[in-house]
Design a protein around this ligand. Sequence first.
Ligand code: HEC
Length: 189
Amino acid sequence: MKSQSISLFSVVTAVTALVWGSACTQHKDPAVVYAPDMHYSVALKAQEPGAMRLPPQGAIPREFRPYSITSLEDAGRVLRNPLPRNKEVFAQGKALFEAYCKVCHGPYGEGDGSVVPKYPRPPSLQSDKIRSYKDGEIFHVITMGQNLMPSYADRLDENERWAVIHYVRALQLAKNPTADALKRYESKK
Ligand code: HEC
């Protein structure tokens, strides 16, 4: 009886040692593999090829609206300013223009911002060219940037860009009031 229990103990010990040894071995191809699912894990290690996966083609971050227009002309033709011209929108446009555009373009958009002449003088937003631009064309410049001017798409969302454009129109009107606008102003006096 006694010798039997000792031999049982030694068998259990031997089996335990075998299992332990095989599970923890560092060899690539051990003789006995305990729990092969864990030993040959399908999980990828960090930095292993295939572990750092690229997003699927065409995936976009949440909230991101792709801008697919590639030319000024198309932007002018296709896009419309969706915002009303009211006090709130002008106030928002003014605040954004002063935060993002004034340093280069100046308070009235005449190209006399505080970084000029250290930074090359931008063209005036009071020019006939920009006065006859459609809102969509100005939107395109702000969204895509143009030569030295960087894109502001990552700082101004779409509505903020449209609000800035209403404000640029207000600046243009302030410097070049139309007869119509003057008449409206005078009739209020
Ligand atoms: C870092 C300076 C800088 C800032 C800030 C800047 N711009 Fe410009 N902008 C320029 C320069 C320089 C050009 C001329 C680019 C070129 O040579 O085509 C330009 C061009 C433009 C044009 C086209 C003018 C033309 O005659 O072709 C528009 C419209 C315009 N900017 C609007 C804006 C608005 C609106 C903002 C604010 C959201 C802004 N810019 C912010 C430097 C700036």
